[in-house]
Design a binder for this molecule. Structure first.
Ligand code: SF4
Length: 283
């Protein structure tokens, strides 16, 4: 398959220069590589997205997809994976979407080690609603909801995921498409909950490229041991002087789905003839 095989005829309405284009490109390249290497069939890929500018990624990618409520991209992703363990399920969310409304789902998905991937478009601002503070907005940043600058302590998503037991924790940068593609491939190959927070520039409301790009480095090129939890924790705290991207932590742990179902594929099993019969079992 070629990257353009994942294109759709939908008209793209992201702002010119939006870094969502870079993330979309990395996603399509990763899908094409995974299909061409025999890792997955195109019909086994499923993507979900939440509400926000990022959400349109489902419109622009030709695979099975599901558009979710705000902050609720993970529950249907989990349901799809439990129903059919053959599928590769990849959820997309924004920072306001999943770190605010959807944070309880995130915590429990990581804790339970659901066998799905989450990619967060983290531009540190509610962009679709034209600039309000999100949980990752940095102190002092001015938005319409904080005209004098945000005074809230921002969330560190990587520390959160490490403390919740996520088995694959990574950070990407939308300014490095090749690196991000590699992260997405590794995340999709991982068995268990794989998480990528992507530093993303919103050219309209939060143009971070000048602030961040000179600080960014690849921690996997600096001898980082991805199995070392303490080292991952220390690297995840870096931000002011240097910003690491890459895989911080990767370990194997039995998935929720394997513990619940073993090798059963629920969609292959005999369908229930009547929901009334099922309900009567509980009456
Ligand atoms: Fe992209 Fe920001 Fe425009 Fe949304 S508002 S499409 S995130 S540049």
């Amino acid at each position: 398959m070629e990257i353009r095989d994942f294109d759709t005829p939908a008209k793209n309405t992201w702002c010119p220069g939006c870094n969502n284009f870079s993330i979309l490109s990395a996603v399509k390249q990763a899908f094409a590589d995974l299909v061409n290497s025999g890792e997955v069939k195109p019909e086994e890929l499923v993507m979900l997205s939440g509400v926000g500018c990022h959400g349109k990624i489902s419109d622009y990618t030709k695979i099975n997809s599901f558009y979710c409520l705000h902050g609720r991209t993970l529950p249907p992703a989990i349901g799809i994976k439990i129903a059919n363990q053959r599928l590769k399920v990849i959820a997309f969310a924004g920072d306001g979407d999943v770190y605010a409304e959807g944070i309880s789902h995130l915590i429990h998905a990581a804790r339970r080690n659901h066998d799905i991937t989450l990619i967060v478009h983290d531009n540190e601002v509610f962009a679709l609603t034209t600039s309000q503070v999100t949980p990752t907005t940095k102190i002092g940043f001015r938005t319409k909801s904080a005209p004098k600058g945000s005074f809230e302590m921002p969330l560190n998503p990587l520390l959160l995921m490490l403390s919740c037991g996520a088995t694959f924790v990574a950070r990407g940068y939308s300014g490095n498409i090749r690196h991000l593609k590699g992260l997405i491939i590794e995340a999709l190959k991982h068995r268990g909950f794989s998480f990528i927070d992507v530093i993303q520039e919103c050219v309209t409301f939060n143009p971070v490229r000048e602030k961040y790009s000179h600080k960014i480095y690849d921690l996997n090129e600096s001898g980082h041991d991805v199995k070392d939890f303490q080292a991952a924790w220390e690297r995840a705290k870096e931000w002011e002087e240097k910003i690491p991207i890459g895989i911080f932590y990767r370990v194997e742990r039995e998935t929720y789905e394997k513990q619940l179902l073993g090798d059963r594929i629920l969609v292959d099993e005999k369908p229930v003839s009547s929901i009334r019969n099922v309900l009567q079992e509980f009456m």
